[in-house]
Design a protein around this ligand. Structure first.
Ligand SMILES: O=P(O)(O)OC[C@H]1O[C@H](OP(=O)(O)OP(=O)(O)O)[C@H](O)[C@@H]1O
Ligand SMILES: Nc1nc2[nH]cnc2c(=O)[nH]1
Ligand SMILES: [Mg+2]
Length: 182
């Protein structure tokens, strides 16, 4: 058992759960992208931990790049406005792009990114999200090709996910105690 951070109420996915999920996703992506021109694009900052693990679980030729967008600021609710803070450095025209995300929640971030990246004419464009809060009626229509695990509709932290820029370094995914938000 990991020692639990004092602000964490419960752990939803342990380090062991995460390792198993990443291994499975990496193997499937390796199989699907044989002979392709794979570019992994992680969405900073939340996806950075998942990206680090996932890329090492992929055993086929791939490039990596990063985009930084933000819509949550320091809160637990999306502002509804997605801002690009850092754009790609590489050209994705004609390449097989896989967006790597930590969590698909309202879907606003990915809806914006899919449209933005599609306009650059990749050969293919898919999504790999570690967590999917697939709550009925809540989400913009996004159909992620690779999903680590379904996630309850709670605000989660750890494994890259923050609350007010904290807790990204927790090695597990958990829910904070209510008094932390007070
Ligand atoms: O599906 P959505 O409702 O759009 O939410 C998902 C996005 O929200 C978080 O990012 P955030 O904007 O908080 O920035 P961060 O990655 O820097 O934490 C998370 O990392 C996803 O990118
Ligand atoms: N940290 C964090 N960021 C999010 N962005 C969208 N949903 C979430 C969530 O549950 N946790
Ligand atoms: Mg993010």
């Amino acid at each position: 058992m990991e020692t639990l951070h004092p602000d964490v109420e419960k752990v939803l996915f342990t380090e062991e759960d995460i390792a198993e999920i990443v291994k499975r996703l990496g193997a499937k992506i390796t199989e699907d992208y044989q002979g392709k021109d794979l570019v992994l694009i992680a969405v900073l900052r939340g996806a950075v931990v998942f990206m680090g693990d996932l890329m090492r679980a992929i055993d086929t030729k791939c490039a990596i790049d990063f985009m930084a967008v933000s819509s949550y600021g320091n809160g637990v609710k999306s502002s509804g406005i997605v801002r690009i803070i850092k754009d790609l450095d590489i050209d994705i025209n004609g390449r097989d792009v896989l967006i790597v995300e930590d969590v698909l929640d309202s879907g606003l971030t990915l809806k914006y990114l899919m449209k933005n990246l599609a306009s650059r004419h990749p050969a293919s464009l898919e999504v790999c999200t570690f967590l999917w809060k697939d709550v009925e009626g809540k989400q913009a229509a996004i159909d992620p090709k690779y999903v680590g695990t379904h996630c309850p509709d709670e605000f989660v932290v750890g494994y890259g996910l923050d609350y007010a820029e904290r807790y990204r370094n927790l090695p597990y995914v958990g829910v904070l105690k209510p008094e932390v938000y007070a």
